[in-house]
Design a protein around this ligand. Structure first.
Ligand SMILES: NC(=O)c1ccc[n+]([C@@H]2O[C@H](COP(=O)([O-])OP(=O)(O)OC[C@H]3O[C@@H](n4cnc5c(N)ncnc54)[C@H](OP(=O)(O)O)[C@@H]3O)[C@@H](O)[C@H]2O)c1
Length: 305
């Protein structure tokens, strides 16, 4: 498994991370099995959010860790906060209170990374900076990041912060690749050419902020999984052809497509199926050729001019 440096931090992580959004419904034994499989497969990074399963995902995760021989210090644990019931909240009190809840549920003294989950229209960067400063000083959070932030929103927050933001978590995958595709359609009067994120991919590369790709197998916004979906036959045929060539699965090739991008994107897979975790990590050494990367890009429905 390839290791990557996370932003300008001293964290060295597996390029593939396990997202724990779907862990809430697992029993503790099953969750232990999932975590152990991930670790045995080379994954050392686990992504959470306070809202996953209304906090239950973090609780099951910590119980599962206790149920295993895994040491917390061998793991990189990230969680997110800022989404509340019907509104977003980046106030200092809420951020600090959220982290206290996260640490209690995860039963740990510190988070490696805390990310703000979705932009709060009412953000006060200096207030966020105060919260981050207090959390860092108390040893409760080592590094900070954001999620679903545009370029300008990252800059707005960064200019008030003492520490560099280290991650920006964004939806990205073969069926959600607008951040690549708009650059390929620059100045064209078509839909794909619309820059919806402020050129976030280029900007994160320039600022050395790691992009974390969430929901890599989904099309639309949680509309479903594109692997084996009858609406995406061309894409599945290309995935299958490459899966056979590299002796891996279509899921594995779909992640290899993300990893091949030179931005060193970290992919957060969300499967709770141990077989699928192995499939994907087994393919982590696959390096697609340029031609293969572009074949998949076009099979996914994107054009070259
Ligand atoms: N920052 C944000 O706003 C945000 C939003 C969403 C998610 N996330 C993070 O990203 C992580 C991943 O999200 P995700 O779970 O949506 O990503 P995902 O890995 O694209 O999707 C996982 C889901 O797809 C299913 N799946 C995968 N391959 C399949 C196949 N070949 N056939 C049938 N089903 C298949 C999995 O089922 P099985 O479990 O049965 O394999 C699971 O239900 C989350 O855990 C979370 O940490 C962040």
């Amino acid at each position: 498994m390839k290791k990557i440096q996370i932003g300008q931090s001293d964290i060295v992580s597996s390029q593939i991370a396990l997202g724990c959004m779907r862990m809430a419904d697992l029993g503790v034994n099953k969750a232990s099995e999932v975590i152990e499989t991930a670790i045995d497969s080379g994954i050392n990074f686990f992504d959470h959010a306070d809202i996953y399963g209304s906090g239950q995902s973090e609780i099951i995760f910590s119980q599962a860790l206790k149920n295993s021989d895994i040491s917390r210090d061998d793991l990189i644990i990230q969680s997110k906060c800022g989404i509340r019931d019907g509104f977003y909240d980046f106030s200092k009190d809420h951020i600090i209170h959220s982290v206290e809840g996260i640490l209690e549920r995860l039963d740990t003294d510190y988070l490696d990374i805390l990310a703000l989950h979705r932009p709060d229209a009412l953000i006060e960067p200096t207030e966020v900076a105060e919260a981050f400063y207090q959390l860092k000083k108390s040893g409760k959070v080592n590094y900070f990041g954001v999620s679903n932030f545009s370029t300008s929103h990252v800059d707005l927050l960064q200019q008030a912060l003492f520490d560099k933001l280290v991650v920006n978590q964004l939806q990205f995958g073969l069926k959600h690749a607008g951040m690549v595709a708009h650059n390929m359609n620059v100045n064209m009067e078509n839909e794909t050419g619309i820059n919806r994120d402020g050129a976030v991919l280029d900007h994160m590369r320039m600022k050395n902020i790691t992009i974390q790709a969430w929901s890599p197998f989904q099309y639309g916004y949680f509309d479903g999984v594109f692997i084996d979906h009858p609406d995406f036959i061309k894409l599945n045929n290309s995935l299958e052809k490459l899966a056979q060539k590299y002796h891996v699965t279509k899921n594995g090739i779909a992640i290899a497509w993300i990893s091949r991008h030179p931005a060193n994107i970290q992919t957060i897979i969300g499967t709770m199926n141990t077989g699928r975790i192995k499939e994907v990590t087994d393919a982590s050494d696959v390096v697609l050729t340029r031609q293969e990367w572009y074949e998949l890009y076009q099979a996914a429905g994107f054009n070259l001019l």
